[in-house]
Design a protein around this ligand. Sequence first.
Ligand code: ADP
Length: 643
Amino acid sequence: MTSNVLAVEGSKTQRAVLERLFSMAGMSAKLLDSTESLQQVLEKTHFDFICLGMHIPGSMNGLETCRFIRDLPGYQYTPIVLLTTSDANTTQSEAFGAGVTDIFNRNEMAELAAYLTRHIERHRQIEGRVLYIEDSVSQQLSMMSFLEETGLQVDAFESGEAAWRAFEINHYDLVLTDIVLPGEISGLQLVHKIRRLGGEKGDVPIIAITGYDDSVRRIELLQRGVNDYVSKPVLPHEVIVRVRTLINNCQLITQLKQQNETVEQQGKNQLAFLASISHDVRTPLNGILGILDLIRSDDLNSQHQKLLDVAMQSGEHLVSIIDDVLDLSRAEMDEFVIEQQPLQIKNIARNVMQNLKPEADRRSLGFTVQYSNTMPDLLRGDPKRLYQVLMNLIGNALKFTDKGRVDVDLDFIPPTLDQPLGVLKGSVQDTGRGIPQVQCENIFNKFQQVDAVARSKGGSGLGLAIVRTIVEAWGGTVGVDSRLGEGTRFWFTLPMELMEVKDHQDLTGHHETPLFQGDELKVLVVEDNDINRLVTGNMLDRLSVSYTIAENGQVALDMLDQQDFNLILMDCQMPVMDGYEASASIRHSQKPYENIYIIALTASAMMEEERKCYRVGMNDFLAKPVLFDNLVKAMNKAYQSLS
Ligand code: ADP
């Protein structure tokens, strides 16, 4: 419904300005240059917005015209704005006394435009269905016509019983109810019945119509779950304003909820998409890295050995980028989990050191790791995540330092009575190029790199974002102090529980020696991908372990019936029958191989996949790309549990 606006204004230029303003607001406008024909115009059309110049040719000035219009039927609440000049000497109280709604100076046309937009918004048709309960038929009819004029669909009833029956089967956007009603269900009881319902139905906004307008009554109504009230005698204009506000607010909330759900769904889709990309990239990488790993162990000259090392590092870097992207998406979806496992801080630091020392030596940088005397042997936390934090911070320190040294300090503040968790405090100090002060604040954001030099070093700009995600998910803090040209110190704190040293795993990165003889393990490799079969097969050949290949879960089940195996290396996603289904049916088979040891080898790095593997009964989990050492480690575990 377009708004009808009337303007009475003597200045031609001002009329032109107003005409443009009204047309931009989508209003249908009638412009008069004097009050002469005003009466006829008002008799013919009803206007819902009126604009009056202060000085208008004709018998009345702006204020007199306003008084005249206010006395006409149907113009009691219509907005009437007065346009004045800066030298006008009309006082505000004079204008408001004459019935003016607001005053605009002629140079405040932008404000008038905003005011008009809000007016239109307030008066646009409302879509919605109202349940209206009023036992006086005459009041009911007059209120209904008002409500319907605003675009609402109204179901009117005279009793609470009839209204309740309608409420149970229909959806309503608002309930407007008299409090005193004939019959069993009064207006208040209706409110009680509605507010006992769960879900959206029970949240419907309710306006009560009350005959007793005292403060106790009003507070009681609001406390019982009524959102708003009007007192008798009911003024339809007041009801409409209140109905409109409540319905608009509720519709806005519903819209926001829907948008939220859409964003959440988009996030989930994005995570699923990234997970499937990660899976697809890991599958060929397993082939590449697995083969490089095998060749590396062969007799090669040092030149070739170096080239292979570079190729391996590039492949591993690619895997870490995919992992970072996945991790950040998980964090955005609140699906980032910090595991609680035995954590040997010194072994983790040693591992990081072993990986990064060659780089420090190559660039003639000093590199030390120091522990405080209070450092315990065993803590509880997430070793993989701590490794990631240290690798990223120390890796950066080495990357951005050309001369000097990188020093890592690890300190442990033991738990106290007040503070049952201890705190691991880490600091990585370098003598490198530093970070400008202004950039220190946002350097932990995704894709933040200080300058072109930083970009040229081949990073992805995700490392520090990952560090912050991990530290915050762990309940710790992370920060940076830096001086340009002098060096940088990254520090972090992580709350950690102490753990008793008993039967924990050794997490050192030393080369694994097989604990088993080749003929002690009979392995069934279940894998659909040719290249991955070749890689795993080669690794098993190197261990002199005999193996048979099945190209999917179904073939594996058939083979188990015919041959003896004690270990299965099981891919997860395969045609015909996947690894989950195959493992579950092995565990439920009640056949001799029911308890066979199963290691999942999967290209999916998602935590949920890992959990699923354990849920269906697999014993261990290796994420592709699988390197020789990791396979040996897992097979050693299998062998120990078999013997
Ligand atoms: P990347 O190292 O992959 O570029 P990061 O998120 O790990 O991404 O680091 C973001 C940026 O922070 C780097 O590009 C670099 O500009 C700056 N930075 C990080 N650590 C250091 C450091 N120790 N010294 C100087 N600059 C650093």
